[in-house]
Design a protein around this ligand. Sequence first.
Ligand code: V47
Length: 372
Amino acid sequence: MQPNFEDQRLVPILEKVVAGTRLSFDDGLSLYRSQDLLAIGYMANIVRERLHGSRTYFNVNRHINPTDVCVASCRLCAFGKKARDPKAYTMSLEQVWETAGRGYSEAATEFHIVGGLHPELTVDWFCQMLRGLKERFPQVHLKAFTMVEISFLAQRAKLSIRETLQRLKDAGMDSMPGGGAEIFSERVRRIICDHKIDGDEWLNVAREAHGIGLKSNCTMLYGHIENDEDRVDHLVRLRSLQDDTNGLVTFIPLAFHPDNTALAHLDKTTGFMDLKNIAISRLMLDNIPHIKAYWIMMTPRIAQIAQRFGANDIDGTVVEEKIYRDAGSESGQSLRRAELLRLIRESGREPFERDTLYRPVERTETHFTVLV
Ligand code: V47
Protein backbone atom coordinates (compact mmCIF):
# COMPACT_ATOMS: atom_id res chain seq x y z
CA MET A 1 0.00 0.00 0.00
CA GLN A 2 1.36 3.44 -0.97
CA PRO A 3 0.61 5.80 1.92
CA ASN A 4 -0.58 9.24 1.01
CA PHE A 5 2.32 11.40 2.22
CA GLU A 6 1.63 15.09 2.48
CA ASP A 7 5.29 15.73 1.57
CA GLN A 8 5.72 13.85 -1.71
CA ARG A 9 9.49 14.53 -1.64
CA LEU A 10 9.71 11.79 1.01
CA VAL A 11 8.42 9.05 -1.31
CA PRO A 12 11.93 8.10 -2.63
CA ILE A 13 13.04 7.74 1.00
CA LEU A 14 10.08 5.46 1.72
CA GLU A 15 11.17 3.28 -1.20
CA LYS A 16 14.64 2.97 0.30
CA VAL A 17 13.21 2.23 3.76
CA VAL A 18 10.98 -0.52 2.41
CA ALA A 19 13.91 -2.02 0.44
CA GLY A 20 16.24 -1.77 3.46
CA THR A 21 18.67 0.52 1.58
CA ARG A 22 20.95 2.81 3.59
CA LEU A 23 19.85 6.48 3.62
CA SER A 24 22.35 9.09 2.43
CA PHE A 25 23.44 12.36 4.04
CA ASP A 26 21.09 14.18 1.67
CA ASP A 27 18.20 11.91 2.67
CA GLY A 28 18.89 12.90 6.26
CA LEU A 29 18.72 16.57 5.29
CA SER A 30 15.43 16.04 3.41
CA LEU A 31 13.97 14.40 6.51
CA TYR A 32 15.02 17.27 8.79
CA ARG A 33 13.72 19.82 6.26
CA SER A 34 10.30 18.20 6.04
CA GLN A 35 7.51 19.01 8.47
CA ASP A 36 5.57 15.86 7.55
CA LEU A 37 6.07 14.27 10.94
CA LEU A 38 3.47 11.57 10.35
CA ALA A 39 5.29 10.41 7.20
CA ILE A 40 8.67 10.42 8.96
CA GLY A 41 7.19 8.57 11.93
CA TYR A 42 5.44 6.08 9.66
CA MET A 43 8.76 5.19 8.01
CA ALA A 44 10.62 5.01 11.33
CA ASN A 45 7.92 2.72 12.68
CA ILE A 46 8.43 0.33 9.74
CA VAL A 47 12.12 0.00 10.70
CA ARG A 48 11.33 -0.24 14.41
CA GLU A 49 8.79 -3.02 13.93
CA ARG A 50 11.08 -4.84 11.49
CA LEU A 51 13.80 -4.91 14.15
CA HIS A 52 11.82 -5.31 17.35
CA GLY A 53 8.22 -6.15 16.51
CA SER A 54 5.95 -4.79 19.18
CA ARG A 55 8.42 -4.95 22.06
CA THR A 56 9.37 -1.89 24.09
CA TYR A 57 12.37 -2.49 26.29
CA PHE A 58 12.86 -1.00 29.74
CA ASN A 59 15.11 -1.68 32.70
CA VAL A 60 15.19 -1.32 36.45
CA ASN A 61 18.17 0.92 37.00
CA ARG A 62 19.60 3.53 39.29
CA HIS A 63 21.64 6.58 38.40
CA ILE A 64 24.59 7.49 40.60
CA ASN A 65 26.52 10.77 40.19
CA PRO A 66 29.53 10.55 42.55
CA THR A 67 30.40 14.25 42.09
CA ASP A 68 29.19 17.37 40.35
CA VAL A 69 32.59 19.07 40.64
CA CYS A 70 33.83 19.74 37.12
CA VAL A 71 36.89 21.56 35.79
CA ALA A 72 35.07 22.22 32.51
CA SER A 73 32.54 25.04 32.27
CA CYS A 74 30.33 23.92 29.41
CA ARG A 75 27.65 26.45 28.50
CA LEU A 76 25.17 23.63 27.90
CA CYS A 77 25.42 22.24 31.43
CA ALA A 78 23.63 23.18 34.65
CA PHE A 79 25.04 20.26 36.63
CA GLY A 80 28.79 20.88 36.88
CA LYS A 81 30.06 23.11 39.71
CA LYS A 82 33.44 24.51 40.66
CA ALA A 83 35.12 22.84 43.67
CA ARG A 84 34.85 26.11 45.65
CA ASP A 85 31.08 26.38 45.05
CA PRO A 86 29.34 25.80 48.40
CA LYS A 87 26.63 23.81 46.58
CA ALA A 88 29.15 21.40 44.99
CA TYR A 89 29.36 17.86 46.36
CA THR A 90 31.70 14.89 46.12
CA MET A 91 30.71 11.59 47.66
CA SER A 92 33.12 9.46 49.65
CA LEU A 93 33.50 5.85 48.50
CA GLU A 94 31.22 4.78 51.37
CA GLN A 95 28.60 7.30 50.26
CA VAL A 96 28.67 5.96 46.70
CA TRP A 97 28.18 2.40 47.95
CA GLU A 98 25.45 3.45 50.34
CA THR A 99 23.64 5.48 47.63
CA ALA A 100 23.71 2.47 45.33
CA GLY A 101 21.63 0.48 47.79
CA ARG A 102 19.08 3.25 48.38
CA GLY A 103 15.83 3.50 46.48
CA TYR A 104 13.11 1.05 45.65
CA SER A 105 12.83 -2.44 47.00
CA GLU A 106 12.83 -3.72 43.42
CA ALA A 107 16.35 -4.92 42.71
CA ALA A 108 18.13 -2.78 40.10
CA THR A 109 19.91 -4.63 37.31
CA GLU A 110 22.05 -1.60 36.35
CA PHE A 111 23.89 1.28 37.96
CA HIS A 112 24.40 4.17 35.54
CA ILE A 113 27.39 6.07 36.92
CA VAL A 114 28.60 9.43 35.55
CA GLY A 115 29.92 12.62 37.09
CA GLY A 116 31.87 15.84 36.56
CA LEU A 117 35.56 16.07 35.65
CA HIS A 118 36.87 16.23 39.20
CA PRO A 119 40.42 17.61 39.51
CA GLU A 120 41.44 15.17 42.24
CA LEU A 121 39.59 11.87 41.86
CA THR A 122 41.99 9.38 40.27
CA VAL A 123 41.71 6.23 38.18
CA ASP A 124 42.60 4.28 41.34
CA TRP A 125 39.74 5.93 43.28
CA PHE A 126 37.26 4.97 40.56
CA CYS A 127 38.68 1.42 40.44
CA GLN A 128 38.10 1.14 44.20
CA MET A 129 34.58 2.50 43.72
CA LEU A 130 33.82 -0.13 41.09
CA ARG A 131 35.35 -2.97 43.11
CA GLY A 132 33.33 -1.92 46.17
CA LEU A 133 30.12 -1.90 44.12
CA LYS A 134 30.86 -5.33 42.66
CA GLU A 135 31.53 -6.73 46.16
CA ARG A 136 28.24 -5.37 47.47
CA PHE A 137 26.07 -5.83 44.35
CA PRO A 138 27.71 -8.63 42.36
CA GLN A 139 24.73 -9.12 40.05
CA VAL A 140 24.37 -5.49 39.04
CA HIS A 141 25.74 -4.32 35.68
CA LEU A 142 28.00 -1.25 36.02
CA LYS A 143 27.47 1.10 33.06
CA ALA A 144 29.96 3.80 33.91
CA PHE A 145 31.91 6.85 32.65
CA THR A 146 31.41 8.83 29.47
CA MET A 147 34.14 9.03 26.82
CA VAL A 148 34.83 12.53 28.17
CA GLU A 149 35.53 11.26 31.69
CA ILE A 150 37.80 8.52 30.34
CA SER A 151 39.83 10.97 28.29
CA PHE A 152 40.18 13.29 31.30
CA LEU A 153 41.21 10.49 33.69
CA ALA A 154 43.75 9.14 31.19
CA GLN A 155 45.31 12.54 30.65
CA ARG A 156 45.62 13.22 34.37
CA ALA A 157 47.08 9.79 35.12
CA LYS A 158 49.38 10.03 32.06
CA LEU A 159 48.02 6.70 30.88
CA SER A 160 46.88 5.76 27.40
CA ILE A 161 43.13 5.64 26.77
CA ARG A 162 43.36 1.89 26.33
CA GLU A 163 45.22 1.33 29.62
CA THR A 164 42.74 3.54 31.49
CA LEU A 165 39.79 1.65 30.05
CA GLN A 166 41.44 -1.69 30.76
CA ARG A 167 42.08 -0.83 34.43
CA LEU A 168 38.49 0.28 34.91
CA LYS A 169 37.18 -2.77 33.07
CA ASP A 170 39.30 -5.07 35.25
CA ALA A 171 37.85 -3.33 38.32
CA GLY A 172 34.25 -3.95 37.25
CA MET A 173 33.16 -1.51 34.53
CA ASP A 174 30.84 -3.62 32.36
CA SER A 175 29.87 -1.11 29.66
CA MET A 176 29.67 2.63 29.03
CA PRO A 177 26.83 5.15 28.73
CA GLY A 178 26.48 7.41 25.70
CA GLY A 179 26.85 10.89 27.21
CA GLY A 180 29.23 13.68 26.35
CA ALA A 181 28.95 13.28 22.57
CA GLU A 182 26.80 16.45 22.37
CA ILE A 183 27.09 17.36 18.70
CA PHE A 184 30.33 16.66 16.84
CA SER A 185 30.38 19.90 14.78
CA GLU A 186 33.46 21.89 15.86
CA ARG A 187 31.74 25.22 15.19
CA VAL A 188 28.94 24.33 17.62
CA ARG A 189 31.15 22.63 20.19
CA ARG A 190 33.27 25.78 20.48
CA ILE A 191 30.17 27.57 21.72
CA ILE A 192 28.29 25.00 23.80
CA CYS A 193 31.13 22.95 25.32
CA ASP A 194 34.49 24.45 24.41
CA HIS A 195 36.26 22.76 27.34
CA LYS A 196 35.29 19.29 26.24
CA ILE A 197 37.18 16.81 24.03
CA ASP A 198 36.35 17.24 20.34
CA GLY A 199 34.16 14.92 18.30
CA ASP A 200 37.08 12.95 16.89
CA GLU A 201 38.41 12.24 20.37
CA TRP A 202 34.96 11.14 21.58
CA LEU A 203 34.78 8.71 18.66
CA ASN A 204 38.35 7.59 19.28
CA VAL A 205 37.69 6.73 22.96
CA ALA A 206 34.56 4.83 21.92
CA ARG A 207 36.59 2.94 19.31
CA GLU A 208 39.20 1.99 21.94
CA ALA A 209 36.48 0.86 24.35
CA HIS A 210 34.89 -1.33 21.70
CA GLY A 211 38.39 -2.61 20.86
CA ILE A 212 38.78 -4.12 24.35
CA GLY A 213 35.33 -5.67 24.26
CA LEU A 214 33.26 -3.01 26.03
CA LYS A 215 29.87 -2.12 24.56
CA SER A 216 28.69 1.47 24.79
CA ASN A 217 25.75 3.73 24.03
CA CYS A 218 25.82 6.99 22.12
CA THR A 219 23.86 10.24 22.24
CA MET A 220 23.26 13.48 20.36
CA LEU A 221 22.31 16.75 22.04
CA TYR A 222 19.89 18.73 19.87
CA GLY A 223 17.71 21.81 20.19
CA HIS A 224 20.35 24.49 20.88
CA ILE A 225 22.33 26.25 18.12
CA GLU A 226 22.97 23.33 15.79
CA ASN A 227 21.52 23.15 12.28
CA ASP A 228 20.19 20.31 10.11
CA GLU A 229 23.65 19.60 8.61
CA ASP A 230 25.22 19.32 12.08
CA ARG A 231 22.64 16.74 13.15
CA VAL A 232 22.97 14.64 10.02
CA ASP A 233 26.78 14.84 10.22
CA HIS A 234 26.63 13.61 13.83
CA LEU A 235 24.41 10.64 12.94
CA VAL A 236 26.51 9.69 9.93
CA ARG A 237 29.73 9.78 11.99
CA LEU A 238 28.21 7.48 14.59
CA ARG A 239 27.01 5.18 11.81
CA SER A 240 30.54 4.92 10.36
CA LEU A 241 32.01 4.13 13.78
CA GLN A 242 29.45 1.37 14.14
CA ASP A 243 30.32 -0.01 10.70
CA ASP A 244 33.88 -0.43 12.00
CA THR A 245 33.32 -1.66 15.58
CA ASN A 246 29.74 -2.86 16.07
CA GLY A 247 30.15 -1.79 19.70
CA LEU A 248 27.24 0.67 19.93
CA VAL A 249 24.12 -0.74 21.51
CA THR A 250 21.67 2.15 21.88
CA PHE A 251 21.33 5.67 20.55
CA ILE A 252 19.66 8.28 22.75
CA PRO A 253 18.74 11.66 21.22
CA LEU A 254 18.91 14.21 24.06
CA ALA A 255 16.81 17.39 23.97
CA PHE A 256 18.65 20.44 25.25
CA HIS A 257 17.22 21.87 28.50
CA PRO A 258 18.34 25.51 28.78
CA ASP A 259 17.26 26.47 32.33
CA ASN A 260 20.13 27.43 34.66
CA THR A 261 22.70 27.12 31.87
CA ALA A 262 24.68 29.86 30.13
CA LEU A 263 22.33 29.28 27.17
CA ALA A 264 19.18 29.97 29.19
CA HIS A 265 18.00 32.48 26.56
CA LEU A 266 17.37 29.64 24.06
CA ASP A 267 13.91 28.16 23.56
CA LYS A 268 13.10 24.70 24.88
CA THR A 269 12.53 21.94 22.32
CA THR A 270 8.96 21.05 21.36
CA GLY A 271 7.26 17.67 21.29
CA PHE A 272 7.30 17.88 17.49
CA MET A 273 11.08 18.26 17.40
CA ASP A 274 11.58 15.53 19.99
CA LEU A 275 9.55 13.01 17.97
CA LYS A 276 11.24 14.08 14.73
CA ASN A 277 14.69 13.40 16.20
CA ILE A 278 13.64 9.99 17.46
CA ALA A 279 12.24 9.07 14.05
CA ILE A 280 15.13 10.41 11.96
CA SER A 281 17.71 8.71 14.15
CA ARG A 282 15.88 5.38 13.69
CA LEU A 283 15.95 5.92 9.93
CA MET A 284 19.58 7.04 9.63
CA LEU A 285 21.19 4.67 12.16
CA ASP A 286 20.46 1.45 10.33
CA ASN A 287 23.26 -0.40 12.14
CA ILE A 288 22.53 0.61 15.75
CA PRO A 289 20.04 -1.84 17.23
CA HIS A 290 18.16 0.31 19.74
CA ILE A 291 16.71 3.83 19.88
CA LYS A 292 15.85 5.04 23.35
CA ALA A 293 13.21 7.64 24.20
CA TYR A 294 14.68 8.66 27.56
CA TRP A 295 11.56 9.64 29.50
CA ILE A 296 13.43 11.95 31.91
CA MET A 297 14.60 14.06 28.99
CA MET A 298 11.41 14.08 26.90
CA THR A 299 8.72 13.55 29.59
CA PRO A 300 6.91 10.22 30.05
CA ARG A 301 4.11 11.50 27.76
CA ILE A 302 6.32 12.09 24.72
CA ALA A 303 8.46 9.01 25.45
CA GLN A 304 5.27 6.96 25.28
CA ILE A 305 4.23 8.39 21.90
CA ALA A 306 7.81 7.93 20.67
CA GLN A 307 7.22 4.17 20.86
CA ARG A 308 5.13 4.67 17.71
CA PHE A 309 7.71 6.96 16.03
CA GLY A 310 10.80 4.74 15.92
CA ALA A 311 11.83 4.26 19.54
CA ASN A 312 11.93 0.76 21.03
CA ASP A 313 13.19 1.62 24.52
CA ILE A 314 12.04 4.01 27.24
CA ASP A 315 14.97 3.69 29.71
CA GLY A 316 14.28 2.75 33.31
CA THR A 317 13.28 3.53 36.85
CA VAL A 318 16.32 5.86 37.28
CA VAL A 319 15.41 6.65 40.95
CA GLU A 320 17.53 9.79 41.29
CA GLU A 321 18.41 12.12 38.40
CA LYS A 322 20.42 15.31 38.70
CA ILE A 323 21.64 16.43 35.25
CA TYR A 324 18.20 17.21 33.80
CA ARG A 325 16.72 18.26 37.11
CA ASP A 326 19.40 20.97 37.44
CA ALA A 327 18.58 22.12 33.87
CA GLY A 328 14.89 22.64 34.67
CA SER A 329 13.33 19.31 33.66
CA GLU A 330 9.93 18.72 35.19
CA SER A 331 9.74 15.04 34.30
CA GLY A 332 10.49 13.97 37.88
CA GLN A 333 13.36 11.71 38.82
CA SER A 334 11.92 8.24 39.09
CA LEU A 335 9.22 5.96 37.77
CA ARG A 336 8.23 2.70 39.33
CA ARG A 337 8.36 -0.46 37.28
CA ALA A 338 4.55 -0.64 37.30
CA GLU A 339 4.33 2.90 35.87
CA LEU A 340 6.71 2.01 33.05
CA LEU A 341 4.62 -1.08 32.29
CA ARG A 342 1.48 1.02 32.07
CA LEU A 343 3.03 3.62 29.76
CA ILE A 344 4.26 0.90 27.45
CA ARG A 345 1.08 -1.18 27.44
CA GLU A 346 -1.09 1.85 26.80
CA SER A 347 0.91 2.62 23.65
CA GLY A 348 -0.02 -0.83 22.36
CA ARG A 349 3.51 -2.14 22.86
CA GLU A 350 4.62 -5.21 24.74
CA PRO A 351 6.84 -4.38 27.77
CA PHE A 352 10.07 -6.34 27.88
CA GLU A 353 12.35 -6.02 30.88
CA ARG A 354 15.97 -6.14 29.76
CA ASP A 355 19.39 -5.89 31.36
CA THR A 356 21.87 -3.33 30.01
CA LEU A 357 22.81 -5.59 27.11
CA TYR A 358 19.16 -6.36 26.26
CA ARG A 359 19.07 -9.86 27.70
CA PRO A 360 15.68 -10.78 29.19
CA VAL A 361 15.24 -10.35 32.95
CA GLU A 362 12.94 -12.40 35.13
CA ARG A 363 12.20 -11.07 38.60
CA THR A 364 10.50 -11.01 41.90
CA GLU A 365 10.47 -7.73 43.88
CA THR A 366 13.83 -8.31 45.46
CA HIS A 367 15.61 -10.74 43.14
CA PHE A 368 16.19 -11.00 39.44
CA THR A 369 17.72 -13.43 36.99
CA VAL A 370 19.20 -12.46 33.65
CA LEU A 371 18.25 -15.14 31.13
CA VAL A 372 20.91 -15.85 28.55
O1 V47 B 1 26.41 13.97 28.62
C1 V47 B 1 23.96 17.90 29.98
C2 V47 B 1 23.50 15.96 28.43
C3 V47 B 1 24.08 13.88 29.10
C4 V47 B 1 22.25 19.11 29.57
O2 V47 B 1 23.72 5.84 27.86
C5 V47 B 1 22.16 17.93 28.86
O3 V47 B 1 21.88 4.87 28.52
C6 V47 B 1 20.17 18.59 28.01
O4 V47 B 1 24.12 10.79 28.46
N1 V47 B 1 20.21 19.76 28.66
C7 V47 B 1 23.89 12.91 30.22
N2 V47 B 1 21.14 17.66 28.08
C8 V47 B 1 22.73 11.97 29.95
C9 V47 B 1 23.13 10.77 29.15
C10 V47 B 1 22.30 9.56 29.19
C11 V47 B 1 21.04 9.60 29.76
C12 V47 B 1 20.28 8.43 29.81
C13 V47 B 1 20.76 7.24 29.35
C14 V47 B 1 22.04 7.20 28.81
C15 V47 B 1 22.58 5.90 28.35
C16 V47 B 1 22.82 8.36 28.72
O5 V47 B 1 23.09 14.87 29.21
C17 V47 B 1 25.34 14.67 29.07
C18 V47 B 1 24.96 15.78 28.11
O6 V47 B 1 25.06 15.33 26.80
N3 V47 B 1 23.23 17.23 29.12
N4 V47 B 1 23.37 19.06 30.29
C19 V47 B 1 21.21 20.06 29.46
N5 V47 B 1 21.26 21.24 30.08
